[in-house]
Design a protein around this ligand. Structure first.
Ligand code: Z5A
Length: 220
């Protein structure tokens, strides 16, 4: 293959995106497919610096549109420096969060005009749409409980973990609406499944939708 596949993972807090991303990367590598596992915000030195600023909460007072601009600035660097070069080398890229996070958090929850956000997205990604987006669907109470269990004693919640349960319920609905609108790109997974079962369900989606010559019945 002369160009890799681009897979993104999306969902609310504690849904298990990072855990699943690692597991899929391992499974693909076992199938001799080179993988670049990355995340947003971040994934390149400049984008990681922007990540730190956003998640500290220092941008929050400027409102959701300025946050969207910051996420987009980070994304442009990440795409140019890391994602496009990896895909061009034939690697598969798995990215923990991407455009749907901006659509859900800043768009649906931040009430930014969808047309304006759509224009910003087009300028930012310049045609780089994921081949597949896995949306991890989970009751936000469970997701927040997982995120809380993971936090070290005394560690503060970040900018978004600090939002209330209503915010996280709306976020879940926003992701499901994205999946409904773009069923060819998106697949919704039941993130309440234990990690191994979730990984198997995700692997079956990859086998079904992406150019993989694998037996989907094998356990990752
Ligand atoms: N954001 C935005 O607003 N706009 C944007 O455009 C972008 C991002 C790109 C980045 O946070 C924040 O930026 C994010 C959205 C916003 N909001 N927040 N907070 P982040 O990168 O620091 O964290 P995250 O992406 O939100 O990750 P997460 O939700 O906190 O975690 P996760 O990756 O989904 O889950 P995990 O780390 O794999 O697992 C969490 C815990 O659950 C851990 O202890 C696991 O062992 C456990 N786990 C994992 N899977 C399972 C299953 N299947 N069953 C049971 N337990 C599990």
């Amino acid at each position: 293959m002369d160009h890799g596949c681009f897979i993104t993972l999306e969902g609310g807090e504690g849904a298990g995106k990072s855990t699943l991303a690692r597991s899929l990367a391992e499974r693909l590598r076992m199938s001799d497919i080179p993988v670049d596992l990355t995340r947003e915000p971040g994934g390149s030195p400049k984008a990681e610096a922007i990540r730190e600023t956003i998640l500290s909460g220092r941008i929050k007072p400027h409102g959701p549109f300025v946050e969207a601009l910051m996420f987009s600035a980070a994304r442009i660097d990440h795409i140019d420096r890391r994602i496009r070069p990896a895909l061009a080398r034939g690697e598969w890229v798995i990215c923990d969060r991407f455009i749907d996070s901006t659509r859900a958090y800043q768009g649906a929850l931040g009430h930014i005009d969808p047309a304006l956000l759509g224009e910003l997205e087009q300028v930012t990604i310049a045609g780089l749409v994921p081949d597949l987006t896995l949306i991890l669907d989970l009751d936000p109470k469970e997701g927040l409980a997982r995120a809380a269990r993971r936090r070290n004693p005394g560690e503060a919640k970040d900018r978004f973990e600090g939002e209330n349960l209503t915010f996280h319920r709306k976020l879940r609905a926003a992701y499901l609406a994205i999946a409904e609108k773009e069923p060819e790109r998106c697949a919704v997974l039941d993130a309440s499944l234990p990690p191994d079962k979730l990984a198997q369900a995700a692997w079956e989606v990859l086998c079904e939708r992406l150019p993989l010559n694998q037996d989907a019945d094998e356990t990752p």
